[in-house]
Design a protein around this ligand. Structure first.
Ligand code: UTP
Length: 410
């Protein structure tokens, strides 16, 4: 535990002395708690603020990358499926659910997975995902180990919900939870916000730290003991997410690629999705806001969009590679968000518009750490129904429609 003096030195270095502004008013226990938080906070992320104008890192030269298309997959269906099922049956594949986000856009005060998609019955997001995974378990005749990443903010709610719902029929011996790390939140002036007199405002540090958090949680030995080689990482909020998809796993193994990413054909040149492409010859994801007009509209000889394949946050990574890169730093993204805080009068404020920045690393940046990544095309209406907003684009409404189209009773 650091002393008050050591804490003051750290805070001075980063210009954050205000954090101790109410220190004298705290109880002994609260004082200890605050020093403990100061010791644990990664203040180095604040350095990224100065570089904001230069973007958070310099990008290289982008080039388009084709995909294994739906047609290609149909031609090789039997082969891919056999390979994938073999990997699942021999315990080489596991799934990692990224559920540490705060889902601020949805505006639901519980973990996003607890949101009820049902209309005339209950059908929770977590339940949709487990139902999808169960299809694979039934086909393979083997349980797929499922690791669930939560954050300090939603861990207890998430784990008790799974308990209460009896894991929606999944075998709980194959489910492990782990908690991701936190990063401080700052106001527009770069000062760390306070949630209370002795509480630093912090938030989950993005979905990029999932593997290092798994390692910190001691799960590497668990993966090794089980002989797991492939991890299928996916987002909580796509209710049509196909998890541990044997075809996808089989195609990646068969391709010899180090990793794979599920992609959908872009609906329009300006659709707001990241595109799987090459950057300086290595696989990479270019965000929609990083694409120039020329890139967005570039066509192939066949008249198709050259930067065509958008990612849907469903990747397959190889453990050996993950172990090699676990210590490498990922770019830190600065994201504008609504951050509840305590103002100078001690008043707790829940802002209705963004008031500062959070710092996040992103799983999509891990693609650029891979020597190869197979873009694997899936049908959008069958596999991509993100629940980001209550209404409109990528919303509860649009996802309900897609669930219905796929024969899911609501
Ligand atoms: P989003 O980028 O949609 O972020 O997450 P979010 O926090 O859930 O939602 P908004 O932006 O506040 O509305 C994509 C996926 O990554 C997970 C989310 O749970 C979701 O599955 N995630 C995100 C984490 O696991 N940890 C994080 O720190 C952030």
């Amino acid at each position: 535990m650091i002393t008050l003096n050591e804490a003051q030195i750290i805070l001075e270095k980063y210009g954050q002395q205000h954090i101790l502004g109410c220190y004298d008013q705290l109880s002994e226990a609260e004082k200890q708690d605050l020093l403990d938080q100061i010791e644990r906070v990664d203040f180095s992320v604040l350095d990224n603020l100065d570089k904001e104008k230069n973007a958070n890192y310099n990008r290289g030269k982008f080039e388009p990358l084709g995909a294994v298309t739906i047609d290609d997959i149909n031609k090789n269906r039997e082969l891919y499926k056999a390979k994938g099922l073999e990997a699942i049956r021999s315990g080489k594949a596991a799934a990692v659910l990224l559920a540490g986000g705060q889902g601020t856009r949805l505006g639901f005060d519980k973990p996003k997975g607890m949101f009820n998609m049902g209309v005339s019955r209950e059908l929770f997001i977590f339940e949709c995902l487990i139902n999808n995974l169960m299809k694979v378990v039934d086909e393979a005749g083997a349980w797929v180990p499922l690791y669930i990443m939560t954050s300090e903010k939603n861990h207890d709610d998430t784990t008790s919900f799974f308990e209460e719902k009896n894991y929606f029929g999944y075998n709980k011996d194959f489910v492990r939870f782990f908690i991701q790390d936190m990063a401080p939140s700052v106001g527009y002036d770069g000062k760390i916000l306070m949630e209370g007199k002795g509480r630093i405002s912090s938030s989950p540090n993005g979905n990029g730290g999932w593997f290092s958090s798994m390692v910190r949680a001691g799960l590497l030995s668990d993966l090794k003991e089980k002989g797991i080689e492939w991890l299928n990482v996916f987002a909580v909020d796509n209710v049509l997410q196909q998890i541990a998809d044997p075809l996808f796993i089989g195609a990646v193994i068969e391709s010899g690629c180090e990793s794979g990413g599920k992609v959908v054909s872009k609906a329009a040149p300006d659709e707001r999705v990241g595109v799987l492409c090459l950057e300086d010859g290595m696989p990479s994801i270019v965000e929609y806001y990083e694409m120039t007009e020329e890139m967005r509209t570039l066509l192939t000889d066949d008249g198709d969009l050259a930067y065509k394949y958008g990612v849907i946050l469903n990747y397959l990574f190889n453990i050996n590679k993950l172990e090699q890169i676990v210590g490498d730093k990922l770019p830190v993204h600065i994201v504008e968000k609504k951050i509840p805080f305590m103002d100078e009068n001690g008043q707790f404020i829940s802002p209705d518009k963004p008031n500062g920045y959070k710092f996040e690393t992103l799983v999509l940046d891990m693609v650029h750490q891979q020597s190869s990544c197979l873009p694997y095309e899936v049908e959008r209406w069958k596999e991509f129904a993100p629940v980001k907003n209550p209404t409109g684009v990528d919303s509860v409404e649009s996802a309900r429609e897609l669930l219905k189209q796929n024969g899911v009773e609501l």
